[in-house]
Write a protein that binds this ligand. Structure first.
Ligand code: CTP
Ligand code: CA
Length: 222
């Protein structure tokens, strides 16, 4: 019989992937969120699994759970933070593809907010920056962050790479990724290396990110 060789560059690695938007409740009926579909994060979780990793997916998207991947559904940024922390210590790498809401309504009304003739003012307070906190607590984990920008892509990407103590940052223009089945990314490594790709299906983009991560594992000797 034919024997097929399956390359497993992430074999046995414990990889935590976050995906999708967070939803910040305003009252029992309403929430504030963003346009993230979760497709990029799910594609990464599946690509990492195919590459041999043991994957945990923490997701704010309502997509179907991928097979063979432990999936935890969360709603708010604070829920995502709590869930991510549970898995951080044992993780070999974290890939933070989620589009986490930076702000949440200061209070969640326990009953439905009724309309009046006047304006509605909602005070928004800061959510924890999950990735920034992971960067501060980092031991041997490799950290991969994302930046979807509308302008000054490279400048913003490099700032995030440094500020959050990331090993790799995946940058794209907001218009290139959101809602699409394809994406056009540039990778920025903490070593200073930069790698730009053509537009590709998200499945291929996910494989490129996993390849890059495998390279980082190899270099780190883990
Ligand atoms: N991130 C996070 N927690 C937050 C906000 C962002 O973990 N509260 C992560 C995202 O998952 C992403 C990276 O940080 O991997 C960059 O997110 P982005 O929104 O581009 O950057 P911010 O640092 O929030 O800065 P800004 O939105 O002002 O550009
Ligand atoms: Ca943000």
């Amino acid at each position: 019989a034919d024997v097929y060789f399956t390359p497993s560059p992430l074999k046995g690695k414990k990889i935590l992937v976050t995906a999708g938007p967070t939803k910040e409740a305003l009252d029992p009926i309403r929430f504030l969120s963003n346009h993230s579909s979760g497709k990029m994060g799910y594609a990464i979780a599946e690509a990492a699994r195919r590459a041999g990793a043991i994957v945990t997916l923490v997701t704010g998207a309502s997509l179907e759970s991928p097979s063979g991947i432990k999936t935890v559904h969360v709603r708010s940024a604070r829920d995502m933070y709590d869930e991510v922390l549970k898995h951080y210590e044992e993780a070999d790498a974290v890939i933070k593809a989620a589009a986490v809401a930076d702000y949440r309504p200061e209070t969640i009304s326990s009953s439905k907010i009724k309309k009046t003739d006047g304006q509605l003012t909602v005070t928004m307070v800061r959510n924890p920056d999950i990735l920034l906190e992971l960067g501060k607590m980092k031991k041997n984990q490799l950290l991969v962050g994302f930046a979807a920008e509308t302008d000054h892509l490279e400048e913003n990407a490099l700032k995030k790479l440094e500020k959050k103590h990331l090993d790799l940052l995946v940058a794209n223009h907001a218009s290139d990724g959101f809602g699409n089945d394809t994406n056009k990314i540039t990778l920025y490594f903490s070593s200073g290396k930069k790698q730009a790709f053509e537009r590709m299906p998200k499945k291929r983009v996910a494989e490129k990110i996993c390849d890059a991560l495998a390279g980082l594992f190899e270099m780190s000797g883990n």
